[in-house]
Structures are given as structure tokens and as C-alpha cells.
Design a protein around this ligand. Structure first.
Ligand SMILES: [Fe+2]
Ligand SMILES: [Fe+2]
Length: 357
């Protein structure tokens, strides 16, 4: 435990120092095992939405978000074992955007694992992305933890292959958050079969951490905060004593617990999305979240941007968020065996959801 405590103090010291000068959406993940396994950390950057204007011009704000995240990640102490990029590197999936994003990410020291986002995918169905970053789904083991990366943003073949006259139009239709012409995300049969085989080789006592772009839970279909076959993926994860899903795409802090599976989102380097609950006029499938959450101001431009580190004690995930105006927010796996916001757990502390019409 001494090692763990020392390590946590280091993180807190580091996070405090970084918080003074930074609002960066970088997750630093620490995996700490009491008694078994080996402590380690990794960082998480997501949703940079690098957007090409013309020639050598790109949207500066999104560039700056990623550049700063890369710089801060390289400064982390202790040095993370690896970095994950959580998808939506590009805005419209072009070579120019993916190349520019890859160039910025190449500044990271150490191994980077990549997750496919819908903004990276729907122009050429991941062809160029694969050339730059490798396979769209895979798994790896690191110091006693089994990590799985899924492409969760596929959809029905009819929509992908038959509905749109051009690849550009297909990309534009999927790029809109609330576009009714979009189509629900899914992992799909091929990856579900692969995942079943992959997990069959893993002991049920091994902590499993899944990285996806969309949430592997059904939150809000209207904005594709949703994965159509989430229930089937959850069924595959259910037998594991400690399963965690970390996802991007929603550009906001979310957490939930379904059975033995913890769900936590990471923030975007580009911009925050508002909360689906604030859009009362749209059809909603939720709140179905089993854990009440604080809802901050969706129209505050820095809301849901900041940086965080995540500690996984005994294989469970604790997220430590440092928000621009909201220091010290911690969502930890508590004794009731679910994520809890340590500051906003009480009803009276929460900021109520706002309705926008
Ligand atoms: Fe995104
Ligand atoms: Fe996305």
C-alpha cells in the first residue's frame, strides 16, 4: 500500500501543478492493485476533431487543444506506460485532417493506442486511418490487465453502402450530432464474435478494460450517445469480476454502473457537448442511468473540458477530473460498488439540469 500511497501523492502533486496552468482534457490513468499486480498509469486524450479549412489552414482552436494535450502528457510524472487516443481525431475523415492530427500526436513519447471515431471513419470506412494507426479492433495485455479496443461506431450495411451517393455525403450525414439522417452506432457481429473468442482466453478474475468511442450503453439515441448492440457487449463482459468501459464521443463527464461493469467517459480536447437531458423536446430513452450525476452548465464553453487522471484501485476505475472552474472533482468507485461523484453526491450539491428550447 505504501507504494500506492506514494504514487497517489505524486499524482496529486503533479495534478495540482498542472491545474494551475492548464485546462487540458488529458486523462492520466493509474492502475493500482492492492496486493496483486503492478501499479501503472496511462494517459487518455480524445475527440480532437482536427478540421481542415483549405491549403495549410486548420481550425486553430482544435489544433491548440491537441497540441497542449500532447505537451502536458509528455510532462506527466510518473511517466504513463502508454497513451490512448479515444477517436474523432479528424472532423471529416480526410487525409489532410488525419495526417495533421497524426503529426501532432507523433510528438507523444511512448506507445499510443488508437480508437476509431465516427469522424475518422465514414469517409473511406477507416482505410486511411488503418494505414496510419493499425487495426480497427484488437486487444493487448499489460501488467495483469486485459485491454480491448473496439470500433463501436459501425452501423447497418444498408446505411453505409447503399443510402448515400457519395462518401463525402455519408461522412457529412454521420458527422451531425442530432441529424435524423444518421444511423445508430454498433460494434457489429464480426467484432462481437472476435470479442467472445478473445475474452474466452481471459480468466474471469483478470481486470478487463474496454476502450470504445461510443458508450457501450444506451444513453440517448437521438445524438448517438448510444451503441445498438450494447446489451450484447455487456453480456460478454458480465462474467468478469472487474470490467470497465472507457469511452469518448460524448464530450462530457458521464459515469454509470451496470452489474459488474463500470462506465466512464473521457472529455474532448475540442469542445463540450450539452447534456441530452436538457433537450426535453426530443424523444429520450434516458435517464436510465443508475447513478445520479451532477449536470453543470452545458453552455459554459469550458464545461467538460479539463484534464483528469484515473486511478484503478484493485482493478476498478476512479476518475479525478480537474475542470476549468471546478477543481478537485472526483468520480470514484465507492463502497456501494458504483461510481460516485465525491463532491456532488448529495442532492443539494448538484446543479440542476437546464432546459433549452
Ligand atoms: Fe467527438
Ligand atoms: Fe464521436
Amino acid at each position: 500500500m505504501n507504494t500506492i500511497n506514494r504514487s497517489r501523492r505524486n499524482f496529486i502533486k503533479t495534478s495540482g501543478a498542472l491545474a494551475l496552468g492548464s485546462t487540458l482534457p488529458v486523462s492520466l490513468v493509474e492502475l493500482a492493485f492492492a496486493g496483486t499486480g503492478e501499479n501503472f498509469t496511462f494517459a487518455y486524450i480524445s475527440d480532437s476533431h482536427i478540421q481542415h479549412i483549405k491549403g495549410a489552414q486548420f481550425v486553430r482552436n482544435w489544433d491548440r487543444g491537441l497540441i497542449r494535450a500532447v505537451a502536458e502528457t509528455n510532462l506527466l510524472t510518473p511517466k504513463p506506460d502508454f497513451v490512448v487516443f479515444g477517436g474523432d481525431l479528424a472532423q471529416l475523415g480526410t487525409k489532410a485532417e488525419l495526417d495533421h492530427g497524426a503529426e501532432m500526436l507523433s510528438g507523444l513519447s511512448g506507445k499510443v493506442y488508437h480508437v476509431m471515431g465516427e469522424h475518422d471513419y465514414y469517409l473511406d470506412l477507416g482505410e486511411y486511418w488503418e494505414k496510419l494507426f493499425g487495426p480497427q479492433f484488437y486487444s493487448f495485455d499489460h501488467k495483469g490487465v486485459h485491454f480491448v479496443v473496439l470500433n463501436s461506431i459501425k452501423t447497418y450495411d444498408d446505411w453505409t453502402f447503399k443510402r448515400w451517393p457519395t462518401a463525402e455525403q455519408r461522412m457529412h450525414e454521420m458527422a451531425g450530432l442530432d441529424n435524423p439522417n444518421g444511423s445508430p452506432f454498433m460494434v457489429g457481429e464480426e467484432q462481437r464474435k472476435w470479442l467472445k473468442n478473445d475474452l474466452a482466453k481471459v480468466a474471469k478474475s483478470t481486470p478487463v478494460v474496454v476502450f470504445s468511442h461510443s458508450p457501450l450503453q444506451k444513453i440517448y439515441k437521438g445524438w448517438n450517445f448510444w451503441t445498438e448492440d450494447a446489451d450484447e457487449i455487456q453480456a460478454l463482459l458480465k462474467p468478469f469480476k472487474q470490467a470497465s468501459v472507457i469511452y469518448g464521443h460524448v464530450h462530457q463527464i458521464q459515469y454509470n454502473q451496470i452489474g459488474s461493469i463500470s462506465f466512464n467517459s473521457v472529455m474532448a480536447t475540442a469542445w463540450p457537448w450539452p447534456y441530452p437531458q436538457s433537450y426535453a423536446q426530443a424523444e429520450q430513452y434516458l435517464p436510465k442511468l443508475t447513478v445520479p450525476m451532477n449536470r453543470a452548465d452545458p453552455f459554459f464553453e469550458r464545461d467538460a473540458t479539463g484534464w483528469q487522471f484515473i486511478n484503478v484501485a484493485t482493478g476498478r476505475v476512479d476518475l479525478n477530473y480537474t475542470l476549468y472552474n471546478n477543481n478537485g472533482r472526483v468520480v470514484r468507485f465507492n463502497t456501494n460498488k458504483r461510481p460516485e461523484d465525491s463532491v456532488y453526491a448529495g442532492e443539494s450539491q448538484r446543479i440542476p439540469p437546464q432546459n433549452h428550447y
